[in-house]
Design a binder for this molecule. Sequence first.
Ligand SMILES: [Ca+2]
Ligand SMILES: [Ca+2]
Ligand SMILES: [Ca+2]
Ligand SMILES: [Ca+2]
Length: 468
Amino acid sequence: MKIQFQAILSLCCLPFLASSTSAEAPRGEAGVVPEARVPRVAERGEWRLPNRLLVSWRSDASATEKLAARALARAASTRDLTTPAMRTFGAGELEAFELPLLADLDAVAAELRRQPGVRAVDFDVLARPANVSNDPFVVGGQSWGVLGDTTTPMNAHGSQAMEAWGRGLTGGSNVYVGVIDTGVDVNHPDLVQNIWQNPHDPIDGVDNDGNGRIDDRNGWDFVNNDRTVYDGSPSNLWRDEHGTHVAGSLGARGGNGIGVAGVAWTTKIITGKVIDNGSGPISGVALALDYMIDLKTRHGLNIAAINLSLGYPVYTQVVRDALVRARLADIVVVVAAGNGGADNVGDNLDLVPYYPASHAANLGNMIAVANITSTGGIASDSNFGPRAVSIGAPGTNILSTLPQNRYGYLSGTSMAAPFVTGAVLVWRASRPADSAATTRGSILVRRIPTPSLSGKVSTGGRLDLSTF
Ligand SMILES: [Ca+2]
Ligand SMILES: [Ca+2]
Ligand SMILES: [Ca+2]
Ligand SMILES: [Ca+2]
């Protein structure tokens, strides 16, 4: 039931692909070259303040012992943090040591712990709200794409989004995303809170906000040229299935106790419906891109990313020109690398172009994404390209939202792209000043080197939110 390639525009997914691929890489990261790898959180110690130690003195510590310890630590200054409660309960004093910035905190702490007046030495650690997903398919482990290597449940090949959530990075409702795809079921209970509601164009038959689309409440349907971005129904579940699934992967509501969680728990999803009943003309893609760009540049919406989980085999100037405008508008455009063509075997896009993915190599705001499996292999039908394709992300057997309050699994590079798009949203929520190019570069450099992607994508690695 793969979507036919002869369509003018085809979706980059393979519904309900039974199991994984024949191109599995060895498990783990054995043999990975460690060059240029961004250190993981624990390695680079970003949780702790770089120059502070908290010294708990023994209650019987003498002034001489304290002086000696401060000198040993070469503390630039010290601060007394002793509280009345400590005194009430007979505890020793507490002191913060401010050390020179380049001090080796671990070494100094170890030395201090050996001093006679010292009871304990702590690092001053940054506390952030711990966001623990209560979304049943995350808790249950079915949503492997959001898991990390230190999470429970665990999957080392997931996007590690769950680790970012634990540090308070869950996106934000002031960060907008354009989903250019089929329609999206804007009433799905796990999406509805994250669906954009245009406040400036009430349903009154008038284009109140002057963007050329009358009553564009949640986006626009560029295929049928109407305002309904969801045209499915209980008797036509398939019609806007693809975009609904993509929207859930990047931005299903997290922490709401139902269903799945998108990489970004909160965002505002704007739908540009450009595919209906399996395909749509690429002119709609260009128009939808410009619609999003206009919402950003003239209407002030903070659109950080656009997801394009679609493709076609011919170069078109209109889409390329719109993508250049998206770059000028400082929007990251994430595109699916595509799924192999008629033979279901992934193609090298450096040799066989597929668009818009093949525009990515030449536009500094674009990221083309390959599909990896839950065991870290590149899916056998995933396109690749050491120049054209940037990174791999979970794309095989991905559980997400489906129309009419359903959930289901889909596979393909269509499913991989929204993980990266969600990562853009999470990044920009905590770093609102970063440009599209900076955001793109930051995500790509954080990839985890992955054997199956070596020589297949430009970064040689897979998406990793754990160091966001
Ligand atoms: Ca309008
Ligand atoms: Ca109106
Ligand atoms: Ca419609
Ligand atoms: Ca949810």
